[in-house]
Design a protein around this ligand. Structure first.
Ligand code: SF4
Length: 731
């Protein structure tokens, strides 16, 4: 038996795992006791990775060879890798030649490793000359990126997991940490056990398992977070709980924010948010003083937040309004204090680092900044990189549906199930002249639309790095060879790029001089190039080497040249990543959700994760044991609402939004507020019965969700849609 240290591929906690294998078979997995994210612990999903990755399962669910459809709707036929890559390069070159580089788009994934992301970014911007590259991370954390940049000056979560041990007050908002980041939640439980004085505040529309643990639960009305945060600041000002000296010395913009929150009175906040005024006062006091009650003896407050803040048309405003509170009370830059966004996917952070969002460039550079574009061009040995803004995820599919993007490359993500407003996504996939899907799983709902399918390796087979929520870079290692003809994502992109270079810039030096013969060497050389690009930037890892990651294990960034360790927490000197070193308060008024309940659509739909399932279930649906927690999809609603609708558990209801309808059994759930319904996001078309208004089948509950975007982060509002609900009968 062989043992290989690697990282769990499911969530942004980034737990270390030891993979046990025999030959080509993964036989077991256990937590890595040496990994600082989990110290040996795993949650149910992580602990069953070997079962979902076993050969007998993967040979049924995996894409094992390149496949091509000569015509849409045909059964795809096998072809060789050479033929597939030649075809892809020719189709992309033709499209670029006829329509220009912005007629192609790349939609990539937080499942990719940092090295995969890096190559795709260079392929799109450097070789093709388009900024049409975006990641499905746009759907989960682009508001966190925008919030950090607007206030602290850089997309860098300032806190770390160890801060849980030092905090006196934890403020969890928009995150069911107990289910979505289970191993991190175990650390919260440990912190509470070690410190009985630690106060836990949870704000959420649902009384989740996380909320059930809270000392103070704030059952927010959906979308009212900014009003809550502004109302807390109003009280902090009124009661003298702010830190005026810190504000004066280290921030700008407080006067405008102070004026904005003047009318966020407790009465108004209670009415908009649906919470008791006494609870609001308690939350503001605990937050500001770190639960001590006395601003002269301030304890430390740590905020943890996730999709409830991010997946909103006010996503940036929500993030910034929460960070405002940390700045106003000097709850940042010391042990146990700070805003701490949690990433959903295992490597959403890595994508941010290499610029795999349309508006970013590598190493946290901004596309809109001419100096940053010049730096990237110099690093790549090019005269320039394109300045034309790229399309974000929703915009990219809208552009394809409108006929403006003709060729789409989709890597390791399933937009036909996961994007909001699936009718538009389906139109995009049908109208695009060429759709290439690079994917490990043949079961993806997007596969039916692809002209060319390229089989990719996946967890247990890949080599590279990922970065978790606390900026910690961990090695991902291959324990077994990829099945069939599957290849590594970065290598597929490089092999395609070499062919496209021959067509677009023949005879010139290749931009992709990576060794594709050996996975480890190739990934390492891509990583080395990425490392050099970070020199002098806020995420500088010029002092880190592949060898050090091998010998010393996972490391946090920044890790500049000369450092002997990474930085656990940022801004300890209160010098922020802005031009003048001062953090910026961002004054955002509260705005309601994009769709509000009305007489026609009187229910609020909320979506979210189950404890034991992952994304669109491509991995987890293969293991019966992971259905023990929730066996089938359902609509959850409050028992009082069910009584009013004369519904009982198991009755079928049809839930309709302006974009589609879905039929599911109803289930009583007293954790929900009145007039709210909840559906887990994982269930695909094989579990669902529903139709879009045009009659097409729905591939997931996100079909009901609106594509309304946060104007800054371009993140869609997946957490709220107005819906109607009627009893349905079996046909
Ligand atoms: Fe994997 Fe996340 Fe569970 Fe850790 S908490 S084992 S990273 S799914």
């Amino acid at each position: 038996m062989q043992e290989t240290a690697s990282t769990c591929p499911y969530c942004g906690v980034g737990c270390g795992v030891i993979i046990e294998s025999e030959g080509a078979q993964i036989t077991g997995v256990r937590g890595d006791p040496a990994h600082p994210a989990n110290f040996g612990r795993l949650c149910t999903k992580g602990a069953t990775l070997h079962r979902t990755a076993s050969r007998s399962v993967t040979l049924q669910t995996r894409l094992l060879q390149p496949l091509h459809r000569a015509r849409r709707g045909d059964t795809p036929q096998a072809l060789s890798w050479d033929a597939a890559l030649d075809l892809a390069a020719q189709r992309f070159a033709d499209t670029i030649g006829r329509q220009g580089p912005d007629a192609v788009g790349f939609y990539v994934s937080g499942q990719l490793l940092t090295e995969d992301y890096y190559v795709f970014n260079k392929l799109a911007r450097g070789l093709i000359g388009t900024n049409n590259i975006d990641s499905n991370s746009r759907l989960c954390m682009s508001s966190a990126v925008a919030g950090y940049k607007a206030t602290l000056g850089a997309d860098a979560p300032p806190a770390c997991y160890d801060d849980l041990r030092h905090a006196q007050c934890l403020f969890i908002v928009g995150s069911n940490t107990a289910w979505a980041h289970p191993v991190l939640f175990r650390r919260i439980e440990d912190a509470r056990a070690a410190n009985p004085g630690l106060k836990l505040i949870v704000a959420d529309p649902r009384r989740t398992d996380t909320a059930a643990m809270a000392d103070l639960f704030l059952p927010l009305q959906p979308g009212s977070d900014v009003m809550l945060f502004n109302g807390m600041l109003h009280l902090m000002l009124w009661e003298g709980w702010i830190d005026a000296a810190f504000i004066a010395a280290h921030t700008t913009g407080f006067a405008a924010l102070k004026a904005l929150v003047r009318d966020c009175t407790p009465e108004r906040v209670a009415q908009v948010c649906g919470i008791a005024q006494d609870d609001l006062v308690r939350a503001a006091q605990w937050f500001a003083t770190g639960a001590s009650g006395d601003p002269q003896r301030r304890g430390a407050t740590l905020s943890l937040y996730c999709q409830g803040l991010n997946q909103s048309r006010s996503g940036t405003a929500k993030n910034a309004a929460l960070i405002n509170l940390h700045l106003a009370c000097a709850q940042i830059g010391r042990p146990g204090a700070g805003p701490f966004s949690l990433t959903g996917q295992p490597n959403a952070m890595g994508g941010r680092e290499v610029g795999a969002l349309a508006n970013l460039l590598g190493a946290h550079r901004d596309l809109a900044n001419p100096q940053h574009r010049a730096e990237v061009a110099a690093l790549w040995g090019l005269p320039s990189v394109p300045a034309q803004p790229g399309r974000s995820a929703v915009e990219m599919f809208q552009a394809a549906a409108d006929g403006e993007i003709k060729a789409l490359w989709i890597a390791c993500t399933n937009p036909a199930q996961s994007m909001p407003d699936q009718a538009t996504v389906r139109r995009a996939l049908q109208r695009a002249e060429f759709v290439l899907l690079q994917e490990a799983f043949a079961t993806s709902a997007t596969a039916q639309y692809a002209d060319l399918l390229l089989p990719a390796s996946t967890w247990g087979e890949k080599t590279g790095t990922v970065t978790n929520s606390e900026r910690r870079i961990s090695r991902v290692r291959a324990a077994v060879p990829a099945p069939g003809q599957a290849r590594h994502d970065w290598a597929i992109a490089v092999q395609f790029a070499h062919r496209l270079e021959a067509l677009l810039r023949p005879g010139q030096r290749s931009l992709f001089p990576y060794d594709t013969a050996d996975a480890d060497l190739g990934a390492q050389s891509v990583w080395n190039e990425h490392r050099e690009s970070t020199r002098g930037r806020d995420l500088d890892i010029s002092g880190l080497s592949w060898a050090l990651l091998e010998s010393a294990g996972p490391q946090q960034w920044p890790y500049p040249a000369g450092a002997t360790t990474g930085k656990a927490r940022l801004y300890e000197d209160a010098v922020f990543a802005t031009a003048d070193g001062r953090a910026r308060f961002a004054a955002h008024p509260w705005q309601p959700t994009a769709e509000q309940r009305d007489a026609h659509y009187p229910w609020s739909l909320n979506t979210g994760r189950l404890r034991d399932q992952w994304h669109g279930m491509t991995r987890t649906a293969t293991l019966g044991r992971l259905f023990g927690h929730a066996a089938e999809p359902c609509v959850q609603m409050h028992p009082q609402d069910m009584a009013r609708q004369r519904l009982r558990d198991g009755d079928l209801v049809q839930l309709s939004s302006r974009r589609g309808a879905i039929v599911l059994p109803v289930q009583a759930d007293a954790t929900l507020g009145l007039a709210q319904v909840f559906i887990a996001m994982h269930w695909g078309s094989e579990f669902l019965s529903g139709r879009a208004p045009g009659g097409e089948p729905l591939a997931g509950v996100n079909a009901l969700c609106t594509a309304a975007l946060c104007p800054t982060s371009k993140q869609p509002e997946l957490k709220h849609a107005a819906v109607q609900l009627v009893r349905a009968e079996l046909p």
